[in-house]
Ligand binder design. Structure first.
Ligand SMILES: C[S@@+](CC[C@H](N)C(=O)[O-])C[C@H]1O[C@@H](n2cnc3c(N)ncnc32)[C@H](O)[C@@H]1O
Length: 501
C-alpha cells in the first residue's frame, strides 16, 4: 500500500501507521455490525467520516475492509490541506477541503474515525488565532488542544449509538487540566475499547508522542443510564502493533463508572480492577503529603550559564550547592552545581532570575525528580538552594527521612507514574497530592534504615543499599495495606516501567 500513500508520510508528518489504522477500522466495523444485529444502527449503508484524512490511510483501509464487510459504506473525508488527495481512490467518496471545525452538516454519521492533530494552545498558531471562535462554538475546554475540539465537534456529528474511533495523544488520561474533557467523554459515550498502543508508534516520523486509541459509542439519550453497566476493554501499553490482535493477559474488563471515583476523574487504563480500587481507596481515606509537608519549586535563574558554576568543590565564599532533578538517583547525592547564596543580589541583576517559595531557602529538604521516566527523591542538605523541580520540607528531620523512605519505594513510583501522572513531567502538586500514611510503630525503623542508606552514600557514592531499600519497600507495603496481588502488579510495573508508561 506504501506506494499509493502520499510522500508526506515519508516526510515525517505523523500519519497513522497502517497496522494501527487497519485495527481501528476492523474494530469499529465489528462494533457497528453488533449494533446492526441489535437494530441499533438504522441503515445498511454506513455513513462514515474521517474529519482530517491526511493521505487517506483510514479511507483506504475502509475501502479494503468494505469488500469483506456486509455493509455498504458512504465515506466523507475532510482535510484543511490542499495537497492531501488519497491516491488510488476512485469510488464514490466525498472529499471536502475545509476546516473541520467550521464544517456544517445536517447529515449525521454512524462512524467517525481519525487521527486528529495534537496541538496544545501553546503549540498551535491556529488555536491562538481562532481562540474566540473555538471557545464560542465548542466551549472553553476545546482550546486546550486541537484534538479536544475535534472530539467535541465529532460528538455532535455522530448519530446516537454511533462509534467514535480516535487515536489521541494520551496526556488527557491523567493530566489535571484535562479533567473537563474526561468528564465530557464519560458523559457522552459508552466506552468500548481504550487501548495503549506501542510507545514507538510515531518514532519513525520524528514525533515522539505517546498515544491512546479510543473506541467509544455515543450514548442514546432515550435509553436509560444503564448503558454504562457493561464492561469495556482497558488494554495496557502494547509492545508491537501486531499485539492488537493478541492482547494477552494485559487486557482488563473495566466498568467505566469506576472512573467517576478516581481522583480528578483520571482514566486509569491498563490496570486490573483490584489495583484501581486500591488506588481509589488510598486517595479517599488518607491525608496527602501536602497536608504535612511544605515546599514546591525554587529558583529559576533564567541564565544557568551565568548564575551557576559547575565544579566539584565550592567556587568560594558565598557560593552554596544548587539542587535540581536528582536524575534517577535515590536517597542522597551531591550536586556539582553551585549558586550564590545572595539571591536578592542575583535577582537585581536579571529580571529573569525568578524566586519562589523563599521561606524554605537554606533549609534541609527533599529534592524530587521532575523529568524522566523513573521517579526518585534525595536528601537535600541545609544551606543549599533548589531549582524548579519539586522540593519538599519539614521542620522535623526524622519526618523528612520518613517521607524520603516512602518516596523511593516501588509503591510511590507505581502510584505516581502508573496512575496519577503518565507523562514524564512530574510537578510538585502531583507529589504533594500523594496519599500519606504515618505509622508510629514503623517510624523509627524507617528513619533508621534511611539514615543508614544516607550515611552509606555519604561515605561512598557507590554504596550498595539494595537490601535496605528492599526492606523499606516491604515496610511501606505493610503500612499502605498492599496485598500480594497488588504487590505483583507493582513489581510488574516498576520492572517494566520504561515500556509501560
Ligand atoms: C496527524 S495528521 C493525521 C492524518 C490522517 N488522519 C492519518 O491518521 O494518517 C492530521 C491531519 O489533520 C489535518 N488538519 C489539521 N487541522 C485541521 C482542521 N482544522 N480541519 C481539518 N483537517 C485538519 C492536517 O492537514 C493533517 O492532514
Amino acid at each position: 500500500m506504501n506506494d499509493i500513500l502520499s510522500s508526506n508520510r515519508q516526510n515525517g508528518v505523523y500519519y497513522t501507521p497502517e497496522l494501527t489504522a487497519k485495527y481501528m477500522v476492523e474494530k469499529s466495523l465489528t462494533y457497528l455490525s453488533i449494533l446492526d444485529q441489535n437494530n441499533m444502527v438504522d441503515t445498511k449503508v454506513l455513513r462514515i467520516l474521517d474529519p482530517c484524512y491526511g493521505d487517506g490511510i483510514f479511507i483506504l483501509e475502509l475501502l479494503k475492509q468494505a469488500k469483506i464487510s456486509k455493509f455498504k459504506l458512504a465515506i466523507t473525508g475532510i482535510d484543511i490541506q490542499e495537497n492531501t488527495q488519497p491516491q488510488g481512490i476512485c469510488s464514490d467518496i466525498i472529499l471536502i477541503k475545509t476546516d473541520f471545525l467550521e464544517y456544517e452538516s445536517k447529515k449525521k454519521f454512524n462512524l467517525i474515525i481519525c487521527n486528529p492533530p495534537y496541538k496544545s494552545k501553546r503549540q498551535s498558531k491556529y488555536i491562538k488565532e481562532k481562540r474566540k471562535y473555538i471557545e464560542k462554538n465548542y466551549g472553553k475546554i476545546a482550546v486546550l488542544n486541537l484534538y479536544v475540539a475535534f472530539t467535541i465537534k465529532a460528538t455532535r456529528l455522530l448519530d446516537e449509538n454511533g462509534i467514535l474511533c480516535f487515536i489521541l495523544q494520551d496526556n488527557f488520561l491523567t493530566k489535571r487540566r484535562y479533567l473537563e474533557f474526561r468528564k465530557f467523554l464519560l458523559q457522552h459515550f459508552i466506552f468500548k475499547d481504550v487501548i495503549l498502543p506501542p510507545q514507538n508508534l510515531f518514532h519513525g516520523t520524528n514525533a515522539d508522542v505517546k498515544t491512546v486509541i479510543l473506541i467509544l459509542q455515543k450514548r442514546n439519550k432515550n435509553a436509560n443510564m444503564d448503558q454504562t453497566h457493561h464492561n469495556f476493554n482497558s488494554v495496557d501499553r502494547l509492545q508491537h502493533q501486531e499485539d492488537y490482535w493478541q492482547y494477552g493477559s494485559r487486557r482488563f474488563k473495566i466498568n467505566q463508572s469506576l472512573f467517576n471515583n478516581t481522583p480528578d476523574l483520571k482514566f486509569f487504563i491498563g490496570h486490573p480492577i483490584f489495583a484501581i480500587e486500591f488506588i481509589i481507596d488510598l486517595y479517599n481515606n488518607n491525608i496527602k503529603i501536602g497536608d504535612i509537608y511544605g515546599g514546591g519549586t525554587g529558583i529559576s535563574t533564567g541564565n544557568d550559564k551565568y548564575f551557576l558554576k559547575k565544579m566539584t568543590n565550592s567556587p568560594g565564599n558565598g557560593w552554596i550547592r544548587f539542587y535540581r532533578n536528582p536524575g534517577g538517583k535515590q536517597y542522597y547525592y551531591l550536586p556539582k552545581e553551585w549558586i550564590e547564596s545572595d539571591v536578592d543580589k542575583s535577582h537585581s541583576q536579571s529580571r529573569n532570575y525568578i524566586i519562589r517559595n523563599r521561606e524554605f531557602f537554606y533549609k534541609e529538604g527533599i529534592t524530587c525528580s521532575s523529568m524522566g521516566v523513573e521517579f526518585s527523591a534525595c536528601y537535600m542538605e541545609s544551606n543549599s538552594l533548589f531549582g524548579i523541580n519539586p522540593t519538599l520540607f519539614h521542620e522535623n528531620h526524622d519526618m523528612l527521612l520518613y517521607l524520603l523512605g516512602f518516596l523511593n519505594t516501588k509503591l510511590a513510583t507505581y502510584i505516581l507514574r502508573g496512575f496519577i501522572n503518565r507523562s514524564n513531567m512530574v510537578t510538585a502538586s502531583y507529589i504533594k497530592g500523594l496519599p500519606f500514611i504515618m505509622n508510629n510503630n514503623k517510624f523509627i525503623e524507617v528513619v533508621s534504615l534511611v539514615t543508614r542508606i544516607i550515611k552509606g552514600l555519604q561515605s561512598d557514592l557507590n554504596y550498595n543499599y539494595n537490601e535496605l531499600s528492599d526492606n523499606l519497600d516491604k515496610i511501606f507495603y505493610e503500612i499502605y495495606g498492599v496485598t500480594d496481588e497488588i504487590k505483583n502488579e507493582i513489581e510488574y510495573f516498576t520492572d517494566n516501567i520504561r515500556s509501560k508508561i
